[in-house]
Design a protein. Structure first.
Length: 290
């Protein structure tokens, strides 16, 4: 029960815990209720669920008996038992809320795993369990290509391939395709001796943007592998907010101070933790949602 995933709906967290024995995800009922009621107050959310649960019991609803109690982190920082529902239970719960928000949530919940990002995200989870992660080259262009190929193989026909076209984002032009091979060679040769060295290398790889799509998700794993090898650290991405990260990365093209500070403050020595890795994947993919 140690694997915890975080989904995001309207910038709200929906936590899930993996049940290895039954091969299914259990989702936090309180997180779903908070989403469906647009509620930020934990106590109000808990009271609403308590009211709804009593109402459903009186109706002899099977939904209440389908709940399972598991320990997850509560707002007070302690691990506490909380009601969880499986995939079908969450859909049934959402249908108790007759609103446009509930309809949108159900559509998102059902179809999000069928998108390219959803499928790629599950591949990213599996990468932690794969022996391939231990055989990947660390800090090299080839290593980054291996990560990209694993995450997007079968989803994009250019998975693992260096782009041949120029691309831009928000008016910023990434490295010119005609010079990209030479640019990547120079980045590969950058030192990895200190934290500052490693983040500078990461920033330069972001500016290069070697793939047509999926650069950020691949490069953040690439960065973690370098930190793990050189410093015995990795980034707990769940400690870096989406807007803070995106703003810092925009600034990093001229000044890397902010992104260095964010990453430094999010470093952890839990380099073999399933939970840290999976939360990292969740946040990494969340950063790319528009």
């Amino acid at each position: 029960m140690s694997k915890i995933s975080i989904r995001f709906f309207n910038d709200r967290e929906v936590r899930a815990v993996w049940d290895q024995e039954n091969a299914l995800w259990w989702f936090s009922v309180l997180d779903i209720v908070a989403v469906l009621t647009n509620q930020d107050d934990y106590k109000k959310t808990r009271n609403y669920w308590k009211y709804l649960k009593t109402k459903l019991k009186k109706q002899n609803s099977e939904l209440v008996s389908a709940t399972n109690q598991l320990k997850i982190l509560a707002p007070d920082g302690k691990m506490r038992l909380t009601d969880m529902l499986d995939y079908n239970g969450i859909i049934t719960l959402a249908r108790q809320f007759p609103s446009k928000q509930a309809s949108r949530f159900i559509d998102w919940f059902i179809y999000s795993d069928e998108t390219i990002d959803g499928k790629s995200k599950h591949k990213a989870y599996a990468l932690f369990e794969s022996s391939l992660i231990d055989s990947m080259e660390v800090g090299s262009v080839k290593g980054l290509q291996q990560i990209h190929a694993y995450l997007f193989g079968g989803l994009y026909d250019f998975a693992g391939q260096i782009r041949q076209k120029n691309i831009s984002k928000g008016g910023f032009k990434f490295a010119m395709a005609q010079h990209l091979d030479n640019t990547l060679l120079q980045i590969e040769q950058m030192p990895e001796n200190t934290f500052d060295d490693i983040v500078e290398k990461y920033v330069e790889m972001n500016v290069a943007h070697p793939f047509m799509e999926g650069n950020g998700r691949s490069t953040r794993i690439w960065l973690d592998l370098i930190l793990k090898k050189r410093l015995r650290k990795c980034v707990d991405w769940s400690r870096i907010g989406k807007n803070d990260y995106l703003s810092a990365m925009v600034k990093s093209t001229t000044d890397s101070t902010t992104i260095k500070n964010l990453i430094r403050n999010a470093l952890t020595d839990e380099i073999n933790s399933h939970e840290v890795f999976m939360k990292g994947v969740d946040y990494s993919y969340y950063y790319e949602e528009h």
